[in-house]
Design a protein around this ligand. Sequence first.
Ligand code: IPM
Ligand code: MG
Length: 358
Amino acid sequence: MTPIKIAVVDGDGISPAIIREGKKILDVVARYTSFQFEYLDAPAGGEVYKQVGDSLPRKSLELMEQSDAILFGAVGLPDLPQGVAERAILGIRQHFDQFVNLRPIKLFNSARDTCPLKDRFIGDGIDMIICRENSEGLYAKIGGILRTDEVATNLMVYTKKGIDRIIHHAFTIARNTPGFTKVTSVDKANILACSQLWRSRFHEIAKKYADIPTEDFYVDAFCQWLIRKPYKCDVVVTGNLFGDIISDEAAYLLGSLGMAPGGNINPDGISMYEPIHGSAPDIAGKGIANPIGTILAVKLMLAETFKEMDVAAMIEQAVEETLDEGRTVDIQKEGLPTLSTGEMGNLIAEKLGKLLKQ
Ligand code: IPM
Ligand code: MG
């Protein structure tokens, strides 16, 4: 099999350490299956900005264009001009029109103790997919930005095309994912014109999926719902900024931002997979970062881009089993050994190897 090309963004802070663990998982997949991976080193973010004055160098973008998928760590350093590193990630999303930002939030059975709501009723557990619109809203590159010391503006833009494609995507996930039935739309239609267009498109499109139940929430009420009854959510579809915010809230239901993966997806193009946490420069080099977000991002890549559902399920199972045996410090549990980033990755890789060998 010709090798699959993965453009890898090592990134800043803890990012190289967690990316190493993600590659470890891909290497195990390559060892036991017909998959072969070739890694293309495509630097982006703060470190490369310091070297070449650009947080998304043309050469890196060209390597990504030649790749089958992008594995991205995290970017950002404290001593950079405001937003420079972050623009790398937005640049990639825009360049490849990765209009879907998929953020699965799943509480593993073996890690229910990490959920801050564990002492309350959490039903049959937490298992949802946040489907965040990833190309428009306040993140759209059209419209001017005014920034003075007296006044600042940003322009929120939504188009029918942009809304329709993400809502269709959400319904498709609900239809194709076992255990998922409902689609919840989150907006602020009591205030925002953009949300009013969003809501009317949501209801129009829902008619085409008449068998799938739907509900609407205003974003403020949804933020509350998310900690009251998170087990009631399946597919949550929302705009760019609201998706950014609620996905951090939802990820903390897993006890640590380090547990949650994200996929920036263009269903007909090149997609980018990343953990949803940041570069955490304060803990860089300490060997304590949780690699699970990145490892689950690799899982998402195998499922979404390469349609390797069996291998993806095995990665998830390997994580599930590992959480019973040891934890990184952010999710540590009494009675279980506290593992370093590398040890956690090794254990998951070892378990995955066994599952793939069977
Ligand atoms: C995310 C991040 C980014 C965003 C930042 C780093 C630009 O918060 O992926 O959730 O706002 O989308
Ligand atoms: Mg965010």
